[in-house]
Write a protein that binds this ligand. Structure first.
Ligand code: F0G
Length: 460
């Protein structure tokens, strides 16, 4: 078996990409208010902004799309999806949604009362914001190793079980409408959670009768990490591992734009019938009827097919091999990253790369802007722009522990030579890193501000 397995597919359709001139890039980023989200994608050469909805569908998925049934209710495509969902997850009920945050919104709307807390290993930005939007308090209780970029713990996404128990005791289970865990832990580096930790987390929630929901966006990558790293699982299939994961929970939310390799779609999965019925009403109000949930019939078919492909082990071996390859080349060249690399992305440690910039000058944003200026590469800041917020009680600004830049790899899209180019650009940037300037906001909304904020360089 090669160390980095080649693509388990060949390419039969291509989309040209173009590196515009440095002066054009400078003008484009200035016009975008130094926010990478505001760039036109045609001005980007290699787009690592996200692995969400950016994957390449297979010919099976495209074929499935052409057979989509666009009936408003009871479409054939819905039943294809229902069958795949039953096989993969095993929950009693499910609803399609247009993407993951719609499922999070429904769950938050139905269960959270103002002032209540929702613990997790780490909530991702939309989950965090959906909880806050209902007056709730998201709480992150990941193990401390997650904050040490060089600690090669095999399951850095794990929940700190002691912290979780203590938190529940302190808060009171009656103030916790549900508990979560994110697999893999996107906000903490795309790091996996072990099955034994999932089991312990479920046991704690069960002890306090707190419903347990999994944020399952990248469950297949997490399952493959378990197969590779957790004692006792190497002979199990990713299918079996996934089923074992989901038997532990009362439900799940999923953005299908990740491990189901579709361009749009999400799922809300539940076991509780009364909750499911309330969720149906909420879905109909905001998303669409229960058998399409804001998606076209063809999207449901692509998703049904993608769920199987996302769990395919030759694909997962190649997929995690790609991130491992990029990470190894960066480390060989002295570029600081979160180690070991996660499943869907390599996270640059901008705090260590640009130590002259304080949290308040957004080192992650500065590095992301530089990647674009130097190489036409688009990445995303996962640091103070995304997560710094004033304390709910004191108003004092709380900064995240890590200032990161995520290089997310779209599924089945870029090849190893694209990865080599990214490494070359970062090596060039490293040579003049102390000259890179910080940024400050000229505009920032209250929630999910990274999407629409505008910046200017800090001069002087
Ligand atoms: N949960 C996690 C862990 C996520 O990574 C995302 C999306 C969501 C929920 C929300 O799903 O976008 O379909 O509404 N993450 C994307 C990203 C946007 O770039 O990591 P959505």
């Amino acid at each position: 078996m090669p160390h980095y397995p080649p693509e388990p597919f060949r390419i039969k359709m291509v989309e040209p990409i173009r590196l515009i001139d440095p002066e054009e890039r400078r003008a484009a980023i200035r016009q975008a208010g130094y926010n990478l989200f505001a760039l036109r994608s045609e001005d980007v050469y290699i787009d690592l902004l996200t692995d969400s909805g950016t994957g390449a569908m297979s010919h099976h998925q495209w074929a499935a799309m052409l057979q989509g049934d666009e009936a408003y209710a009871g479409a054939r495509s819905y039943f294809h999806l229902a069958e795949a969902v039953k096989e993969v997850f095993g929950f009693k009920f499910f609803l399609p949604t247009h993407q993951g945050r719609a499922a999070e919104n429904i769950l938050s709307a139905l269960l959270i009362k103002p002032g209540q807390c929702v613990p997790s290993n780490m909530h991702f930005d939309t989950t965090d914001a959906n909880i806050r939007a209902r007056g709730g308090r998201p709480t992150n209780l990941v193990i401390d190793a997650a904050f040490d970029p060089q600690n090669r713990h095999p399951f850095k996404g794990n929940m700190d079980i002691q912290k979780l128990s203590a938190f529940i005791e302190q808060t009171g289970p009656e103030n916790i409408p549900f508990g979560m865990i994110t697999i893999t832990n996107n906000a903490g580096g795309g790091q996996p959670v072990s099955l034994s930790n999932l089991r312990d987390t479920a046991a704690v929630y069960r002890r306090y009768q707190i419903p347990f929901f999994i944020d399952a966006c990248r469950f297949a990558e997490n399952a493959y990490f378990i197969k590779m790293r957790e004692p006792g699982y190497s002979a199990k299939s990713t299918w079996e591992i996934a089923r074992e994961i989901f038997t532990l929970a009362d439900g799940a939310t999923m953005s299908a734009k990740k491990d189901a390799i579709v361009n749009i779609g999400g799922l809300l999965l539940l076991n509780d019938e009364a909750l499911y019925q309330r969720a149906c009403n909420e879905l109909i109000l905001r998303e669409g009827f229960t058998t399409y949930g804001g998606l076209a019939g063809r999207d449901l078919d692509a998703l049904a097919t993608g769920l199987y492909e996302g769990l395919d082990e030759s694909y997962l071996r190649y997929r995690l091999g790609q991130t491992a390859y990029l990470a190894e080349k960066l480390l060989e060249n002295g570029i600081p990253i979160i180690e070991p690399p996660g499943g869907h992305a390599v996270y640059l440690d901008a705090g260590r790369f640009l130590p002259h910039l304080p949290h308040s000058q957004f080192p992650g944003q500065a590095l992301a802007v530089e990647l674009y200026l130097r190489g036409g590469i688009r990445a995303v800041e996962i640091g103070s722009v995304m997560f710094a917020h004033p304390d709910a009680d004191t108003g004092e600004m709380i900064y995240p522990q890590l200032e990161l830049v995520r290089l997310a790899l779209p599924r089945r899209v870029y090849t190893q030579s694209h990865l080599d180019y990214i490494v070359e650009i970062l090596v060039e940037i490293a040579q003049y890193r102390e000259n890179i300037q910080g940024y400050q906001f000229t505009y920032a909304p209250e929630l999910l501000r990274h999407f629409t904020a505008r910046f200017e360089p800090v001069t002087g």
